[in-house]
Write a protein that binds this ligand. Structure first.
Ligand SMILES: Cc1cc2nc3c(=O)[nH]c(=O)nc-3n(C[C@H](O)[C@H](O)[C@H](O)COP(=O)(O)OP(=O)(O)OC[C@H]3O[C@@H](n4cnc5c(N)ncnc54)[C@H](O)[C@@H]3O)c2cc1C
Ligand code: SF4
Ligand code: SF4
Length: 408
């Protein structure tokens, strides 16, 4: 079946397999195929799951901010299997995790919902500063050793970072509309093993982390097993920070003064550090800077997290907090006395956006959206679904998998 379609990832290995008659080699999924189907098809959402999943640590983020091969690829398929835009059927992952309670039309497990703001709100916090305050408390109590966060690098770009003190946490407060392969840091040499790490991330990052915990490598230390708490940020889309900055610059926004970028009520706003409004325009005008892969994402709230947070459903300056699990309830219990909280939250608005986000994703996915289908999707299935679409696999540039050409 696959041979009737053009496969832009076909390379020297396929040629060797064909000439030698060892056809089984074509069933291996090398990084070259993940690159063709996702990264160079402009579908990558920069979660970094592929990099964390690679057992030979052969991948890293390149200058263009995208996963790239820097060592020999063994064709083990794991970059493919853990990629939510490729081999991982995320809706199946949810169903396996949630069991009998799973409802596709819901927002996942909910044990309590609050509207809250910190009494000592960190400068730069996006909404109520709840994420930073909660994590500060957990660090102070010794309940965690560190937190994988994403912090600003310049006004619009970001970098993943492991904060190990309250000061470092405060410096990383606020939302950054950029994805910088944060799961790359889920590595034993960075997170260590046997510790207690919290992770803050967008839903796709939390889904990838969940998969790494459930199906992580067994023959070497799995740093994902250290993660004892996950906090998901509600998310409808993220951007390529560099492209967003460039589009704002074209509109005369003084980038150096931008402290906060927020997407609220379908508007993109830039505020200075002192809160002065610098710019506001409909967010749809910035579609060209958005990550195209986000169109295919059906998870607004991060249903596999221990706690999910966002601005939707609550008053300005507050954070909506959805507590889902026992670990989440324990984390929330530690903010007593440090926050002002009520149960006055519009969870229906959150449910409604989750449903709309799911419907939108189902339209953009070229495969069937089906929580009862197998967790893993093969490259051949992908090629059948995506060939001849505007998201079809595309030949990767030489540098993306240079090592194939020189080493294979
Ligand atoms: C890309 C993106 C899109 C979002 N879209 C929505 C939306 O559509 N609707 C909605 O209600 N809420 C959305 N949010 C969530 C919202 O902006 C706030 O992050 C949330 O309400 C928590 O606010 P806070 O003041 O409690 O958190 P803070 O105390 O300000 O802490 C925020 C934490 O998030 C981490 N963080 C920031 N950016 C990223 C990132 N890109 N990846 C991983 N971690 C990050 C920071 O390191 C920090 O630890 C989005 C957030 C992001 C990053
Ligand atoms: S979407 Fe995530 S897992 Fe897939 S290629 Fe991009 S960074 Fe890797
Ligand atoms: S919309 Fe989905 S894929 Fe895009 S950054 Fe948010 S959680 Fe990730």
């Amino acid at each position: 079946m696959i041979s009737t379609l053009t496969d832009p990832s076909a390379d020297i290995r396929e040629e060797i397999a064909q000439r030698s008659g060892t056809g089984e080699l074509t069933n291996k999924i090398w990084f070259h195929k993940t690159a063709a189907a996702v990264i160079d098809a402009d579908r990558c959402i920069r979660c970094g799951a592929c990099i964390a999943a690679c057992p030979s640590q052969s991948l890293t983020g390149a200058e263009d901010g995208l996963p790239t091969l820097v060592k020999m690829c063994t064709g083990c398929s794991r970059c493919w299997d853990f990629c939510p835009l490729a081999g991982m059927r995320t809706e199946r992952l949810w169903k396996l995790a949630e069991g009998d309670a799973f409802e596709l039309d819901g927002i996942g497990p909910v044990s309590a919902v609050y509207s809250a703001r910190s009494l000592d709100r960190p400068a730069g916090a996006q909404d109520g500063g709840i994420v930073t305050t909660m994590l500060e408390r957990l660090l102070a109590d010794g309940a965690i050793d560190g937190v994988l966060v994403t912090r600003r690098r310049g006004s619009f770009e970001s970098e993943p970072y492991v904060a190990r003190s309250p000061e470092e946490l405060r410096e990383s407060a606020g939302s950054i509309y950029d994805q910088s392969l944060p799961l790359t840091l889920v590595d034993p040499s960075i997170l260590g093993t046997g510790g207690k790490i919290a992770v803050v991330g967008t839903p796709c990052q939390i889904n990838g982390l969940h998969a790494l915990r459930e199906y992580g490598v067994t023959h070497r230390d799995n740093a994902a097993a250290n993660v004892t708490l996950t906090i998901a940020l509600f998310c409808t889309r993220s951007f390529d920070g560099r492209k967003l900055a460039s589009m704002l610059l074209d509109r005369g926004v003084p980038l150096a003064r931008v402290g906060t970028v927020a997407v609220q009520d379908a508007a993109l706003q830039c505020l200075a550090g002192d809160g002065e409004a610098l710019f506001e325009a409909p967010v749809k005008e910035f579609r060209d800077a958005a990550l195209r892969g986000c169109d295919e994402c059906a998870d607004f709230t991060g249903r596999l997290a221990d706690i999910s947070v966002g601005s939707l459903g609550t008053a300005e300056g507050f954070t909506t907090v959805v507590v889902r699990t026992e670990a989440g309830a324990d984390a929330w219990s530690r903010v007593t006395g440090a926050v002002e909280a009520s149960e006055d939250c519009d969870l229906d608005a959150v449910r409604d956006l989750e449903r709309r986000s799911r419907r939108g994703a189902a339209r953009k996915l070229n495969r069937e959206f089906d929580p009862d289908s197998p967790l893993w999707i093969s490259y051949a299935e992908h090629l059948l679904s995506y060939s001849d679409t505007d998201r079809a696999p595309s030949t990767p540039p030489g540098f993306r998998s240079h090592h194939y050409t020189v080493s294979c």
